[in-house]
Design a protein around this ligand. Sequence first.
Ligand SMILES: *Cc1c(COP(=O)(O)O)cnc(C)c1O
Length: 485
Amino acid sequence: MAINDVAHLNGTSTGHSGPAPEEDTMPPALLHRSLRQQPYKVNSAKGLYLTLSNGRVIMDACGGAAVASIGHGNEEVLQAIQQQMSTGVSYIHSLTYTCDAAEDLAHHLIDGPQGAGRFGLERAYFVNSGSEAMDAALKLARQYWFEQGQMNRTQLVARKQSYHGTTIGAMNVSSNLPRKVPFACYQLGNVSWVSPAYTYQYSKWQEGETEEHFAERLVEELDQHLQDLGPENVIAFLAEPLVGATSGCTPAPKGYFKGIRKVCDKYSILLILDEIMSGMGRTGTQFAFEQEDIVPDMVTIGKGLGGGYSPVAGVLVHKKVIDVLRKGTSSFNHGHTYQAHPVACAGTLAVQKILRRDGLIENCAKMGQFVYPLLIKTFGQAKYVGNIRGRGLFWGIEFVQDKATRTPFPPAVRFGVRLQEAAFNLGVAIYPGSATVDGTKGDHVILSPPYNVTEDELRQIVAIMKQAYDGLEKEVDEAGSDLPK
Ligand SMILES: *Cc1c(COP(=O)(O)O)cnc(C)c1O
């Protein structure tokens, strides 16, 4: 794949059709994702709304990349951050010091009736991005075996059509192909991938395969794959409970994760769940894994954790892993200058307290029950809408050229990106995705508003999305045989 072919697939396109903002005549000093297209400048934000420098107001129906969990510009979070800074403790080195903000955030996430402690997840490790959280989890997983003298455990198994981050470590376990061009030379040899748990495109639906049978087939595939590698050589299996940006809010088929957990246990392989996009309430429960009725050995969190107020992410680690450390070296051989950053932790704690106090995760579940039937009613019969899936306030719409065969559009049609552009021009921001199906073909958009979005706002958002879709459907139909192949 040439890099120009993938610029529109991997987020290096700014995803908008607008001209460069008119007021900036000087070339930027900032290296943007694209050298060709300036992103829009945002001057202020409040709740669901962004105000651009050109005066336009945009409804942020995707919270960036499913980040804004409580909306923008929250005064309480501002105060918590100010309060932390007013103590003078904005930075301390974690080798020597700790602070209330970091300790309290960890307690908030681990302890109490709603904490992760009820699943045996007993420690929280805070970093600055989801990719760093994945790197930390990968290193801790290796150290877990190292401490037990199992030096031969070097293999990592993940899934195709997954994304775990952008650093070299996290990229290595990802298989979001467009985002890996041109970095194949950095690929480690100890990573392999099994099939995605993506029912709409990967089940044998033509043969009437049920979700349950599809799940069984995938679980068997993993079992066989581990046997081929020699399970005694494997560190961990990694998966997103709902696949985020790569294929668009794809939940696994029923029974899949229960089966996966069993296989991991059978060979004592660690299970690392990446809930950076799908966790922290986004699917209507604190963790996405709760709805699968399993417990991971580590779970990574990010995005909605800080809700966009701080660059923050984390790893929650099961007692089983901590116990091995305890009996061994008693120290995780990893660290960042800015880990558990006091100001980031204070802002994040405020976000998490608001979510809990205001019952926003419950509201997320409730709004999910409202918006799913609305999406089905609005888009279910649409000519190019193949599949609508998700949970809570995390919905993906997948577009296909032919519904009967589930055949995606040729990538050059840019269906998903064009829909996102059309909706944006009508004042609604949604998150586009391409290469949905297999890393080259396919289109989807993601709807992931803050958890305090209202029914009225959802009605407006979906109506505008439909208006954008109708326009695009017409354009595509009119292009007819002129449509790019
Ligand atoms: C966003 C994301 C990451 C990477 O997080 P960054 O904060 O962008 O480094 C990892 N995994 C998943 C599932 C994500 O959605």
